[in-house]
Design a binder for this molecule. Structure first.
Ligand code: AMP
Length: 193
């Protein structure tokens, strides 16, 4: 199973990604997690990414694309993967398409987690209180939403046109949202292999 999870910051993608990766037995590849691990251990990649992350901006495409190509080349991604937080721009989606075409392993589906903006801001505020994430200050959270709207939201149409998109209503209990995602993947119109 090769999956991409799409959705604005605060849509609960990360939580659902962990559960779905476990259910389908594929690695959960979160570009945000990889960047955070690099920031914590002070690598050159981490130092480069941090300045963008702290502002709530996207890290440049070339940096992210190189990192993802490297990660997807690892042995554990041969049987599939679940990408969480990538692609986030049309240029990244084009690069992913090129990479997977070269390998002869196209995507099976793209899950689009749908949540309205008021609900998102409330969730981000809740997460800031719970986890103390630096990039969840109100100003940075708003910047991340604007980045999503301007750069990432066009991917909804991009993948819809390719017949890969499945909209998932992401408002509701965590288990219910997981069930919706599984139904979208396993259901009659879902992924068959
Ligand atoms: P996330 O945990 O997915 O919300 O990512 C946290 C931060 O990492 C984002 O706000 C970006 O600064 C950076 N980041 C993660 N994935 C990407 C990506 N695909 N393209 C650009 N920047 C990214």
């Amino acid at each position: 199973m090769r999956l991409v999870l799409l959705g604005p910051p605060g849509a609960g993608k990360g939580t659902q990604a962990e559960r779905l990766a476990e259910r389908y037995g594929v690695p959960h590849v979160s570009t945000g997690d990889i960047f955070r691990a690099n920031v914590s251990s002070g690598t050159p990649l981490g130092r480069e990414a941090k300045e963008y992350m702290d502002r709530g901006e996207l890290v440049p495409d070339e940096v992210v694309n190189r990192m993802v190509a490297d990660r997807l080349g690892a042995a554990d991604c041969e049987a599939g993967f679940l990408l969480d937080g990538y692609p986030r721009t049309v240029a990244q989606a084009d690069e992913l398409d090129r990479l997977l075409r070269e390998r002869g392993t196209p995507l099976d589906a793209v899950l689009n987690f749908v949540v309205d903006e008021d609900e998102l801001l409330a969730r981000i505020a809740g997460r800031r209180a719970e986890q103390g994430r630096d990039d969840d200050s109100e100003e940075v959270a708003k910047r991340r939403l604007v980045e999503y709207e301007t750069k990432t939201a066009p991917l909804v149409a991009y993948y819809r046109e390719r017949g890969l998109l499945r909209d998932i209503d992401a408002v509701g209990p965590i288990d219910t949202v997981t069930e919706r995602a599984v139904a979208a993947l396993d259901g009659p119109a879902g992924v068959t292999s």
